[in-house]
Design a protein around this ligand. Structure first.
Ligand SMILES: [Zn+2]
Length: 450
């Protein structure tokens, strides 16, 4: 048995039992590998379904591509009300180079305040939290207003086409009035939006020759590097961001950067270009006749995919030896839920009461499946535990983070579904003192918003 003394001292006995079961479930999920690429979620979906077994929970599975099993679990309330969709992903990053792990990557080892393993924070712990929230709602089905739907999906790490995107398009009850997600983050920051992304492939053609006879060749890598550096000038471009959004991000910068890292604000407000891969040449004494680069470009709203393509096209006109394309399936528009939306304010209020008194709400740099829900017109928030060592060796999540994330998700779900007394949307929006609200957004075009 685990040591309950690691839990917050004000946990009730019932809550301590719930937390213990979340931790054990997190360990079981980690110990059921679902590395993607590969992306087989059959076994981990079975673990999730077992954990969801409850007389008031209807469970369905959908497998739009062999191996990509998505779990949809549903609790119908006894009274009319909104639909809350909780979203988590079952696939994980690959373990990577095992020699760099000092802890077992796929055992779900719990030591002190930590649970180690690939997917611990991204997002086995979040899945276990959402499963336990749904069970807790199911226990009170008779008092529930509306319904709760938990979607535990495949294919998140590779774009979501056979996971969340498929469910949104094909399963009506996977579209919610509110969408919440417990993917990796930090319980001090509620995340309401994400930047846009586009991956580019650049190819240059030159003329191969011996490296001693450079006058007879045309070095394709030289032309490619010049083109990449030209695209990188996008980093210096001043982006015209809705002033209310800029203010909202600026106001929370000092706290958000304590968890997101110094420079997060500038990153959120600007275009980033990462040259992630180069392929060219064989040996020093040959002139490469062809070369390829792959770039990751991220951009804030109201810039759109079309805007970025236009800018890149204009830049690369001066580089006729280089052709370029947007890598298929890689582009996604920036999307955010109004930071003043009742869902965001409700999360913020509970995060301040139950996790950190100075919790803030902000944009998120990396992508989650919540973007797919936002782009389909649904308000969505990410609130999850810190994934220490995210994507690298010795990934772990802390018990304290899991406790905070569970308390806040449970409180938000209870409030939205009428278990804390039925509230109206108008009363939600009065949840914070006026001085802490960021004001209604103007309706500037270009970027999607909910
Ligand atoms: Zn994730």
């Amino acid at each position: 048995m685990s040591d309950l003394s690691t839990l917050s001292s004000n946990a009730t006995a019932a809550e301590a039992t719930e937390i213990e079961s979340i931790l054990e479930l997190t360990q079981r999920l980690i110990a059921t590998p679902s590395e993607n690429p590969g992306g087989d979620t059959i076994a981990i979906a079975a673990v999730a379904c077992h954990a969801l077994t409850h007389p008031a929970i209807e469970i369905e599975t959908y497998e739009p591509k062999p191996g990509c099993v998505n779990v949809v679990a549903r609790v119908h309330g006894a009274h009319p009300g909104p639909r809350l969709v909780m979203n988590g992903h079952l696939d994980t990053y690959p373990v990577g180079a095992r020699e760099f792990w000092t802890q077992p990557p796929l055992d779900g080892l719990r030591e002190g305040d930590r649970i180690y393993g690939r997917g611990a924070g991204d997002m086995c712990a979040g899945d276990a939290v959402l499963i336990t929230v749904l069970r807790s709602l199911a226990d009170r089905q008779e008092q529930l207003h509306g319904e709760a739907v938990l979607t535990l999906v495949a294919d998140e790490e590779t774009g979501g086409r056979f996971g969340s995107a498929w469910l949104i398009d094909n399963v009506e009850h996977c579209r919610g009035d509110f969408v919440v997600n417990a993917d990796a983050g930090h319980p001090r920051v509620v995340r309401y939006g994400e930047k846009g992304v586009m991956w580019l492939r650049l190819n240059s053609l030159g003329k191969a020759a011996h490296g001693a006879h450079t006058h007879l060749g045309d070095n394709a890598l030289d032309s490619l590097m010049a083109a990449v550096q030209a695209v990188q000038t996008l980093r210096n471009r001043e982006c015209v961001i809705d002033p209310i959004m800029r203010t909202a991000m600026h106001d929370v910068q000092s706290i958000s950067e304590q968890v997101g890292g110094k420079g997060e604000y500038d990153n959120l407000c600007g275009i980033t270009v990462n040259a992630g891969a180069f392929h060219a040449g064989l040996v020093p004494n040959l002139v490469p006749g062809s070369a390829e680069a792959m770039l990751d470009v991220r951009f804030p709203g109201p810039l759109s995919i079309a805007d970025i393509k236009k800018l890149i096209g204009e830049i690369l006109e001066a580089h006729p030896k280089v052709t370029w394309e947007v890598m298929p399936g890689s582009a996604t528009e920036p999307a955010f839920t109004d930071p003043n939306h009742p869902l965001v304010l409700t999360f913020l209020r509970h995060a301040r009461a139950l996790a950190y008194p100075d919790a803030v709400a902000n944009m998120r740099i990396g992508l989650t499946d919540t973007r797919l829900f936002r782009l389909a017109g649904m308000p969505a928030v990410v609130y999850g535990p810190c994934a220490h060592g995210l994507g690298g060796p010795d990934e772990y999540v802390t018990v304290q983070d899991v406790l905070k994330v569970y308390r806040v998700h449970r409180a938000v779900a209870e409030e939205l579904l009428g278990l804390q007394g039925v509230r109206t949307i108008a009363r939600f929006s009065e949840a914070l003192p006026a001085g802490e609200r960021v004001g209604a957004l103007s309706n500037a075009g270009g970027s999607h918003r909910d």
